[in-house]
Ligand binder design. Structure first.
Ligand code: NAD
Ligand code: TDX
Length: 351
């Protein structure tokens, strides 16, 4: 079996669904269920005998040790994190606690457990740390996309905490021959993403004819990857990646935020026609502090070594994503709770 941390979140839940559809090994999902964790993301596999959920914190060393001792996973796929840049600006403490200290705790518990298993079991085990392109910082307009040997220059408390966790994972591999791999991925989008991130936030606001907040001039660039492509990349890295290596996972799909929002407006207009076009709702608001101008990833290593390339085109992936939100009003209803409305006040009221 494999142990997934943070599997009730956006990418983790997509990964578990994808894994159970394509692989035979059972999944144990350890998730604290923060505001971003939603067991409803996994109702489709609730009755699958190969799926088990454990409500808990990666910082709970005794719990992690017990799970390792009882289940002997062949891999840990580590998604659990605080993941939203804007929240990291309003409250960085949780980001250090979960992303840095939590990852350290997981590494320590796993290292201790690996010391108790057979050499054969240890040689099969993999620790896959799921990280982000944001660790490479903001690229200039004329920079080539970041390769795995680009320097780490994080600019937000979120990306700094992810960078710190990457460094710890790499150091464990060098120092203790800890069998880890790291992936750094670009911006994901797709079903089940919490509507604090750009694409689901704009989709739902556009559907409800609400203002569409664009930070700054809207010309910041992100590279977008459909979440299903990220899941297949992670399975490839787990199966065939080389221990100690880092693999970039990119979408070859750089877009300005304005391009993304205008494309979303067109799709929503087409699927839910309204009296006025959604693009009239665009609202330029105060910029995010330390807002990185451009992210771009070179995923050539993953293509060359493991034969992985993204399959989904941005336009078709976006269409699928909008359709998913339209087809799942109950999921949206449950997620858009009081806590979510408080966040909208915190982040947007003074902009
Ligand atoms: P998310 O915020 O949707 O989900 C995070 C999950 O982790 C939630 O289910 C939450 O309950 C859980 N969690 C948080 N703290 C925990 C703790 N202390 N113990 C156990 N569980 C805890 O995040 P996501 O967008 O699915 O991202 C998953 C991972 O992928 C993160 O590590 C993130 O840094 C990385 N990543 C995300 C993107 C993206 O575009 N979303 C891109 C690249 C990398
Ligand atoms: O209301 C908004 N208006 C806006 O213009 C929001 C929420 C965002 N933006 C901009 C900021 C960014 O330039 O859109 C871009 C995307 O913003 P987010 O969805 O918050 O993502 P980003 O900050 O790029 O980080 C994401 O990608 C990398 C994820 O949240 C991270 O977890 C991942 O590591």
């Amino acid at each position: 079996m494999i142990l997934v941390t943070g599997g009730a979140g956006f990418i983790g839940s997509n990964f578990i669904l994808d894994w159970l559809a394509n692989e035979t090994a059972p999944v144990l999902n350890l998730d604290k269920l923060t505001y971003a964790g939603n067991p409803g993301n996994l109702t489709a596999v609730e009755k699958d005998a190969r799926y088990r959920f454990v409500h808990g914190d990666i910082n709970d060393r005794a719990l992690v040790e017990q799970l390792l001792r009882e289940h002997h996973p062949s891999a840990i796929v580590h998604f659990a994190a605080e993941s939203h840049v804007d929240r990291s600006i309003h409250g960085p403490g949780e980001f250090v606690q979960t992303n840095v200290v939590g990852t350290f705790n997981l590494l320590e518990a796993t290292r201790a457990w690996l010391g108790t298993v057979s050499a054969e079991e240890k040689s099969r085990f993999r620790f896959l740390h799921v990280s982000t392109d944001e660790v490479y910082g903001s690229l200039s307009a004329d920079s080539p996309p970041a390769t795995e040997i680009f320097p780490y220059v994080p600019s937000s408390p979120y990306s700094a905490s992810k960078a710190a966790s990457d460094h710890l994972v790499r150091a464990y591999c060098c120092t203790y021959q800890f069998p880890s791999l790291i992936t750094n991925c670009s911006n994901n989008y797709g079903p089940r993403q919490f509507p604090e991130k750009l694409i689901p936030l704009i989709t739902l606001n556009a559907l409800n004819m609400k203002a569409l907040p664009i930070y700054g001039d809207g010309l910041n660039i992100r590279d977008w990857l459909y979440v299903g492509d990220h899941c297949s990349a992670l399975r490839a890295v787990l199966a065939r990646g080389r221990i100690g290596e880092t693999y970039n996972v990119g979408g070859n799909s750089e877009k300005t935020n304005l391009e993304v929002v205008k494309t979303l407006c067109n799709i929503v207009d087409e699927l839910r026609p309204a009296a006025s076009p959604r693009a009239s709702l665009l609202n330029f608001v105060k910029d995010r502090p330390g807002h990185d101008r451009r992210y771009a990833l070179d995923a050539g290593k993953l293509a060359r070594e493991l034969g992985w390339e993204p399959q989904e085109k941005f336009e078709s992936g976006l269409r699928k994503t909008v359709s998913w939100y339209l087809d799942n009003p109950q999921w949206v209803e449950e997620v858009v709770s009081g806590g979510y409305r408080n966040w909208l006040d915190t982040n947007y009221a003074a902009r």
